[in-house]
Design a protein around this ligand. Structure first.
Ligand code: NAD
Length: 359
C-alpha cells in the first residue's frame, strides 16, 4: 500500500470496549502480517462520549471519522443513559455518524458456520452453510421522509403520518452496490418491494430492471416483502443477495440474523459512495453481560474482515481472518452464547487469543 491508511476505532459502551479490544488485536496482527501499513486511532461515541463531552457524537470524533478510511465500532447504549432526552441518547450518536458520513449502503451477511448449525431454531439441513447478503438502504425511505409527525386531523382525532419516498438516484446507488456485491458472489440479486401496493416501490422495481441491463451476468428477480419474510424461513438458501429499502431491510435483516441463531457471530458494514465504511457487529451493547468477560467477540472480529475487504481492498487478509474464525470453531471453542454440550466454554479474551493464534 503506497500511502498510510487510517482506521478509526470507536469502542462505545457496554460490551463494546471488551469485544473491540480483541478485534483490535486481530487487526494489528493482520496489519503486520500482510504489511497493510494501517494507522489506528481511537475516539469516543455513545454513552462514553456523553459522559466525557455531553454529546453522543462529539465534533472531535466526527473530525477523526471524516479523515479515516474506515471505522470500527463496538456498540452504544445502556441503562445508565436511558433516562436522557431522546435527542442526546447514545443511539443518536450512531444515527449521526451514519447520516453525517452519508453511509447509505448497509451490508449484512447472514452466514451460518456449519459448526454452529445446531444454534439455529430451524432444522440444521435448512440452514447449515447458509450464506446470504442483505443490502439495505440506510439513509432514506420512510424513516427519513418528510412530512412526518402526529397532529389533530379535521375530525379532531390524533393522526400519525410518515412519508415513504425514494429518489431515483437513491435507488440507483443502493442497486449498484447490490449488483457489484453479487458479482463477487453467486451473481443473483433478489429485489424486495411491495410494488403491488406502494408506488415508491413500483419505481424501485423499474430502476432495478434498468440497472440490471448493465450487469448481464447477474440474474435479477423480484419478490414482495411479505413473501420474502416467509421464504427466508421456508428456504433461506435460495437467496444470494437481497436488496431492499430501509424499513423492509431493517425487518428482514433481523429475521435473517436469527436464522443463524447466534447474534454474536454477525458482522455488518455501512458504506458511502466511495466505499469508506463503518463496520460493527449486528448486536447491541448487551448491558446484561457487560464487564463479565463472556461476550462473543467474533462478530466484531468478522467486522474487521469486512473492513479490510470492502474499504481497504485487503481481501487476502480478510479471508485469513475468516479462516481463523472457522478454525477456532473447529477447535470446539465457544463463548457462552454459542455454547453447546461437549464444547469448551471460553471467555471473550480467550476467544480473541485463539483467533490471534490461528491467524
Ligand atoms: P443486544 O444486542 O445488546 O442484546 C440482546 C441479547 O443478546 C442480550 O441477551 C445480550 O446479552 C445478547 N448478546 C448481544 N451481543 C452479544 C455478544 N457479542 N455475545 C454474547 N451475547 C450477546 O440488544 P438489546 O438488549 O436490545 O440492547 C441493549 C442496548 O444496546 C440498548 O441500549 C440498545 O439501544 C443498544 N443497541 C445498540 C446497537 C448498536 O450499537 N448498533 C444495536 C442494537 C441495540
Amino acid at each position: 500500500m503506497s500511502e498510510a491508511k487510517t482506521v478509526l476505532i470507536l469502542p462505545g459502551d457496554g460490551i463494546g470496549p471488551e469485544i473491540v479490544s480483541e478485534a483490535e488485536k486481530v487487526l494489528r496482527l493482520a496489519n503486520d502480517k500482510f504489511q497493510l501499513g494501517l494507522e489506528l486511532e481511537h475516539a469516543l461515541i455513545g454513552g462514553a462520549a456523553i459522559d466525557a463531552h455531553g454529546v453522543p457524537y462529539p465534533d472531535e470524533t466526527h473530525a477523526k471519522a471524516e479523515q479515516a478510511d474506515a471505522i470500527l465500532l463496538g456498540a452504544v447504549g445502556g441503562p445508565k443513559w436511558d433516562e436522557l432526552d431522546t435527542a442526546i441518547r447514545p443511539e443518536k450518536g450512531l444515527l449521526a455518524i451514519r447520516s453525517r458520513l452519508e453511509l447509505f449502503g448497509n451490508l449484512r451477511p447472514a452466514i451460518l458456520y456449519p459448526q454452529l448449525a445446531d444454534a439455529s431454531s430451524l432444522k440444521p439441513e435448512i440452514v447449515a452453510g447458509l450464506d446470504i447478503l442483505i443490502v439495505r438502504e440506510l439513509t432514506g425511505g420512510i424513516y427519513f421522509g418528510q412530512p412526518r409527525g402526529v397532529h389533530n386531523n379535521e375530525q379532531g382525532e390524533r393522526e400519525g403520518f410518515n412519508t415513504y419516498r425514494y429518489a431515483e438516484s437513491e435507488i440507483l446507488r443502493i442497486g449498484r452496490l447490490a449488483f457489484e456485491s453479487a458479482m463477487k458472489r453467486n451473481k443473483r440479486v433478489c429485489s424486495v418491494d411491495k410494488a403491488n401496493v406502494l408506488e415508491v416501490t413500483v419505481l424501485w422495481r423499474e430502476v432495478m430492471e434498468e440497472l440490471a441491463k448493465e450487469y448481464p451476468e447477474v440474474e435479477l428477480s423480484h419478490m414482495y416483502v411479505d413473501n420474502a419474510a416467509m421464504q427466508l424461513v421456508r428456504e433461506p438458501k435460495q437467496f444470494d443477495v437481497i436488496v431492499t429499502g430501509n424499513m423492509f431491510g431493517d425487518i428482514l435483516s433481523d429475521e435473517a440474523a436469527m436464522l443463524t441463531g447466534s447474534i454474536g457471530m454477525l458482522p455488518s458494514a455501512s458504506l458511502d459512495k466511495n466505499s469508506k465504511g463503518l463496520y460493527e457487529p449486528c448486536h447491541g451493547s448487551a448491558p446484561d453481560i457487560a464487564g463479565q468477560g463472556i461476550a462473543n467477540p467474533l462478530a466484531t472480529i468478522l467486522s474487521v474482515a469486512m473492513l479490510l475487504r470492502y474499504s481497504l481492498g485487503a481481501g487476502e487478509a480478510a479471508a485469513a481472518i475468516e479462516q481463523a474464525v472457522s478454525q477456532v470453531l473447529d477447535q470446539n471453542l465457544r463463548t457462552a452464547d454459542i455454547f453447546s454440550e461437549g464444547m469448551q466454554r471460553v471467555s471473550t479474551a480467550d476467544m480473541g487469543k485463539a483467533v490471534v493464534a490461528a491467524l
